[in-house]
Design a protein. Structure first.
Length: 271
């Protein structure tokens, strides 16, 4: 019996050694696998939490027309030097909203290091002039009566933006509005501008003439005529159309007429 048991025990010993070796290999493979998974988790955590904390945010702007991205980045320079996590969206909105030509701002932070800022710029409905440093500078007026200026002034050569003179504005401040009693004039101009016809192409200037008790009247200067037209404060499409008809009639009557008065529902003229 002993002669047959010795080889069996030898085989069992070899089998046991091979099994132990396979288990060690499997254990090593498992350890390597878990180490790699751990490293991947660490890398993901670093990418998610650490990288945004040490990177400067990539700021991009949407809706720009008059401004360039470089100009607004210069305005946001204190914030652009902070990392993405510390970038204060509310403060960015506050800083950009203080720019007179910007109507509204929204800021959205996108992981891991991007900041998208959407800008709505003010659209001019009229143009006026304000004295600054002993010279007159053009200032635009939006539909809400807010005075603003931009780096690149929009031209009024297409007749869509009339010039208004005579407004009692001495100094320009950010967010400043024209006096309340002139807001109705801006509303009327906005309504006329929304029409397909360019009525203001025929008018080179609208002059405001203050009257007693807070009222005012208007003097219109036609673009292709030396005649000036006096009218009341109710600037309407009908009034502009009537003015054009009267100008044509007056030119045919006497070319030396210098002034037409359309106030009080009648027509008079002066040489």
């Amino acid at each position: 019996m002993s002669d047959f048991s010795a080889p069996n025990s030898r085989y069992e010993s070899l089998y046991r050694k091979e099994s132990d070796s396979d288990e060690k290999k499997i254990r090593i493979i498992k350890i390597v696998f878990f180490v790699l998974c751990f490293l991947l988790l660490v890398e993901a955590a670093v990418y998610k939490c650490v990288m945004p904390a040490i990177r400067f945010p990539k700021i991009s702007f949407m809706g720009l027309h008059s401004y360039t991205q470089e100009q607004l980045l210069q305005t946001l320079e204190p914030l652009s030097q902070q990392n993405w996590l510390r970038f204060d969206s509310a403060q960015a909105v506050s800083i950009l909203s203080s720019v007179s030509a910007i109507e509204s701002v929204s800021v959205v932070k996108h992981f891991p290091d991007t900041v998208v800022i959407s800008i709505v710029e003010r659209s001019p409905v009229a143009l006026t002039f304000v004295s600054k440093d002993n010279r007159s500078i053009p200032v635009q007026i939006d539909k809400n009566g807010v005075l603003f200026s931009t780096s690149g002034e929009k031209s009024a050569i297409d007749g869509s933006v009339p010039i208004i003179s005579g407004l009692p504005i001495e100094h320009l401040n950010n967010g400043m509005r024209i006096p309340v009693k002139y807001r109705n004039l801006i509303d009327r101009i906005t309504e006329i501008q929304n029409l397909p016809q360019k009525y203001f192409a025929a008018i080179s200037e609208i002059c405001v003439i203050p009257k007693e008790y807070g009222n005012f009247e208007l003097v219109l200067f036609p673009a292709n005529s030396h005649v000036r037209v006096l009218t009341d404060r109710a600037l309407t499409i009908e009034a502009l159309q009537y003015m054009m008809v009267v100008l044509d009639v007056v030119k045919s009557i006497d070319p030396e007429i210098s002034e037409i008065d359309l106030r009080y529902g009648s027509v008079s003229y002066r040489k």
